[in-house]
Design a protein around this ligand. Structure first.
Ligand code: PHB
Length: 389
């Protein structure tokens, strides 16, 4: 009898202590690319998240926020799903977050649904992602949202014939389709379309084909990073700029993180996007300072970093509204229609699509104080994902 009571007390003690510990922290399971060719994405996103925590304190609603970061090593849907499942089952994370690449976000959607965990997408930008689980909120952007403005801009600026080149995976196909639709609706013509592999494309032959077709401009989407640098190099080496062919793109291509590596080849390129480190606002100044505090002096945040920062902001707001007790249904309701003062401007979580409504800026690559920046010169206000509105 004493033996039985002994066990009962131990069991009682552990069943009391476990939930108390769990309730003192809010765990965020971060699924990101921390190694391999897309490693910068994971680092930028997590630095953005940590910068927010450092600037605002790591406690919200009386609970400590804890990040558990897992590396997908690149576009690896099966691994991303397994990592998310482990964090939900073993670590009992209350949020899933991160997602630089679309294939990883797509793969984790079903985990968010089954485990009833809110999933905050901080970059992955294929339009359809938010339709894959009712528990997804996206704070970044969608490819159609930033592509439609450049297609309109091109048509209004007397560009009539464009060749398109995109990375051959979902975000690229979104960009290609949106560009064609909006550009032709505004009187332009797409004279050729190329799709290149996501990983390590060899651009020279593609770029030569474009040059031979003599379009007035090329529209490109490649995921941010070294691929974009490789394209820019091939574009300049094959002399497309000298042949008078303009380059237009989404801001992924002239990403703040690699624009310096592109050098003069990028000068004058017009892009449309939701964030530039050169954006002028007190919120952006504070963000840049907080980012440098965690990522190191002379580092510059990019659009992935701002996704991490704003995603964390959303998590803090939701946790506050729910008094720290996170439940997917209530978190979702709390986030719907939420407005956030982002370093990029005011953003709103669309209550119907759970995507972000935001200003999209038209920018030109220029040198400012000896450094390359996407300098904003025009903006389209409160842009929604055009495929969903
Ligand atoms: C994506 O995989 O969704 C993605 C990655 C990089 C970008 C944009 C979209 O620059």
């Amino acid at each position: 009898m004493r033996f039985v009571v002994g066990i009962g007390v131990a069991a009682l003690a552990s069943s009391f202590s476990a939930p108390v510990v769990a309730e003192e922290t809010i765990k965020v399971g971060v699924v990101v690319e921390m190694s391999g060719p897309f490693a910068p994405y994971g680092h930028q996103i997590t630095y953005g998240m940590r910068a927010y925590m450092k600037a605002k304190g790591d406690k919200v609603a009386g609970k400590k926020i804890e990040l558990i970061v897992k590396d997908t090593t690149g576009p690896a849907p099966d691994l991303a799903r397994r990592l998310a499942q482990e964090m939900v089952m073993r670590d009992k994370v209350q949020f899933l977050a991160g997602f630089g690449l679309t294939p990883n976000a797509m793969a984790v959607a079903s985990v968010a649904t089954e485990a009833k965990v809110p999933m905050i997408v901080m970059n992955a930008a294929t339009s359809a992602i938010t339709t894959k689980s009712p528990n997804i909120e996206r704070v970044s952007f969608t490819l159609p949202q930033v592509t439609a403005p450049i297609a309109e801009w091109a048509a209004k600026n007397k560009i009539k014939k464009v060749y398109t080149l995109v990375a051959d995976y979902a975000p690229g196909l979104d960009a290609e389709a949106t560009f064609k639709k909006v550009f032709t609706a505004n009187g332009g013509e797409v004279v050729g379309a190329l799709r290149v592999p996501l990983k390590n494309p060899e651009f020279a032959p593609f770029v030569q084909r474009i040059k031979d077709a003599k379009p007035e401009a090329v529209f490109i989407f490649t995921p941010a990073g070294e691929t974009a640098v490789a394209f820019m190099k091939a574009f300049a080496e094959r002399g497309l700029d000298k042949a008078g062919i303009k380059l237009i793109a989404t801001g992924d291509v002239t990403d703040d993180d690699v624009i310096g590596a592109m050098g003069d080849a990028a000068l004058g390129v017009i892009t449309t996007h939701h964030y530039s480190a050169a954006h002028k606002s007190p919120e952006n100044d504070a963000f840049k300072k907080a980012y440098a505090d965690v990522a190191g002096p002379n580092t510059r945040p990019n659009f992935m970093a701002v996704g991490g920062w704003d995603g964390m902001h959303l998590i803090y707001e939701v946790a506050n509204k729910l008094g720290g007790r996170i439940d997917a249904g209530k978190a979702l309701a709390a986030a719907k229609g939420m407005t956030i003062q982002s370093p990029r401007g005011l953003i709103v979580i669309d209550p119907v699509t759970r995507d972000v409504v935001q200003d999209v800026y038209v920018r030109k690559v220029q040198k400012v104080d000896g450094k390359y920046f996407n300098v904003e010169f025009d903006k389209l206000a409160k842009v929604k994902d055009p495929g969903k509105s």
